[in-house]
Design a protein around this ligand. Structure first.
Ligand code: UD1
Ligand code: CA
Length: 477
């Protein structure tokens, strides 16, 4: 692969055109087709991200159907300063793939190699594109092709001997041509200068009355420009999404590959078919993940971490030896912000726990069933084992937070902090009305509503005294 990228550097600049104007009728959805999600990312976002892995100079996205939404969805990629310039070009109306690429010409430079991609073919890989660019070599028309058991619907690669002569669309093909199993993937690379002259020669005289990008192959042959087919064998890379069924199939195939890669690194998955990564999952050694877990955003699992069945985890770093019991929901905010979640080494979380943005659990912390933690720090060894709420709280080491206790952190207008210092013991069913501080080693009696700071080491009880009436007679009928 190093060789290939070395080569492409010397070939000159690479500019990418992504066609994303089509309607996607068969998705039967109000959402533009290229914005449907695969592994948590829009189809066209996959394509942009892959383009970003090549050293590209420019990415031009052609939009049409749902243009405003598509452009808005990609706006952050355009701003990221990913090292390339991103342009949006509108195609109105949509008169075919050749017409689509024509719209990009005004913003394309003459000195580059143009790679044409489809916004609905999400799993194309950067190394494949690098090979295609090398096959173009700055002078040839390079087509990405694949041999298909069922070529129905695709453009066929027509050869004379070994030499590629044309791409013929399904609807224009003769029976003999329909028998050809080598098909065009929708992806090509060629010099911008050739693209510009050939696109000017397109006409819509064909079965669909469209401007076919694929017609430029004929012009290359007529002009004596070599046409090379770079054939791959991996159907996933060129699989297009046209229907909800195809999207689901591609999702499963993608998840299956992710699962295989993780297992190859030593991660144990109870069932690779019941496992979803919608972002990035990084695992140290000896991680075990039980069935039906979903990972989103950026998640890192330290050595020996165990994730129980049916957990949903996004944007969290879970340190070595921690155990996340079944049915736990961990929902962190963006990496690099205060909202990203941290779970310390050896911590026990769940079952049925909920960690919300800004939960930071130290080592050996226990958060048990039906406990909700938001924007709170629990220092080493702190425990909240049952039915509790910790919002905007800071807990010192070894604090014990009783069942049914809550921090009343919101006064209707502002959020306030609760500080519980080391070794404090909060009984069951307490309400800590913030802002309030519980001193180190203090005890709060069960059922207390605490509105004032409590001194260290003291017992604070804030509830009505118990009254017992002797020989009480219950009413009788
Ligand atoms: C195209 C190829 C076919 C190839 C197949 C691979 C042509 C004429 N045919 O056919 O040889 O085998 O891809 O998947 O190119 N689009 C626009 N504007 C348009 C029309 C399409 O932006 O006016 C976009 C679509 O959104 C899509 C891509 O171009 O992302 C491909 O269009 P589609 O209509 O799916 O082409 P196919 O008929 O599949
Ligand atoms: Ca298609």
């Amino acid at each position: 692969m190093t060789d290939i990228s070395e080569n492409t550097k010397t070939l000159g600049a690479v500019d990418v055109v992504i066609m994303a104007a089509g309607k996607g009728t068969r998705m039967n959805s109000k959402r533009p087709k290229v914005l449907h999600l695969l592994a948590g990312r829009a189809l066209v976002q996959h394509v942009v991200d892959t383009a970003a892995q090549l050293s590209v100079r420019q990415v031009v996205v052609i939009t049409g159907n749902g243009a405003t939404e598509v452009e808005a969805a990609l706006a952050h990629s355009a701003e990221l300063g990913s090292g390339f310039k991103m342009d949006f070009v509108r195609q109105e109306p949509q008169l075919g793939t050749g017409h689509a690429v024509q719209q990009a010409l005004p913003v394309l430079r003459d000195d580059g190699i143009v790679v044409v991609l489809s916004g609905d073919v999400p799993l194309i890989r950067a190394d494949t594109l690098q090979h295609l660019i090398a096959a173009c070599g700055g002078s040839r028309l390079a087509l990405l092709t694949i041999d298909c058991a069922d070529p129905t619907g695709y453009g066929r690669i027509v050869r004379q001997g070994e030499v590629v002569q044309a791409i013929v669309e399904q609807k224009d093909a003769t029976d003999q041509q329909r028998a050809i199993s080598e098909v065009y993937s929708g992806i090509m690379a060629l010099p911008a200068t050739h693209l510009k002259t050939w696109l000017a020669r397109l006409d819509p005289q064909n079965a669909q009355g469209e401007y076919y990008l694929t017609d430029i192959v004929k012009f290359a042959v007529a002009d004596g420009v070599p046409v090379v087919a770079h054939q791959i064998t991996d159907p996933l890379q060129v699989a297009g999404v046209n229907s909800p069924l195809q999207l689901a199939e591609l999702e499963r195939a993608y998840q299956g590959r992710t699962a295989l890669q993780l297992m190859a690194q030593g991660v144990r998955l109870a069932d690779p078919a019941r496992f979803d990564v919608r972002g990035q999952l990084h695992c140290a050694q000896d991680v075990f993940v039980d069935v039906n877990c979903v990972f989103a955003g950026l998640v890192t699992l330290g050595e020996g971490v165990t994730i129980g069945a049916n957990c949903v985890i996004s944007n969290a770093a879970i340190a070595a030896g921690a155990v996340i019991h079944p049915f736990t929901h961990i929902e962190g905010g963006k990496p690099g912000t205060q909202d990203f979640i941290e779970v310390g080494a050896g911590a026990l979380v769940g079952p049925f726990a909920r960690l919300r943005p800004g939960a930071r659990l130290g080592a050996e912390v226990h958060v048990g069933n039906f406990v909700e933690v938001k924007n709170s720090t629990l220092a080493r060894g702190a425990k909240a084992n049952h039915l509790a709420y910790l919002g905007d709280a800071t807990l010192g080491e070894r604090v014990n937070y009783g069942a049914g206790s809550i921090t009343a952190n919101y006064d209707g207008a502002f959020k306030h902090r609760t500080v519980i210092e080391a070794d404090a013991h909060i009984g069951s069913n307490c309400v800590l009305v913030a802002p309030v501080t519980i001193g180190a080693g203090a005890t709060v009696g069960g059922g207390s509503t605490i509105t004032k700071d409590t001194p260290p080491a003291a017992l604070s009880v804030a509830r009505a005294r118990q009254v017992s009436i002797a020989n009480w007679k219950r009413p009788t009928k």
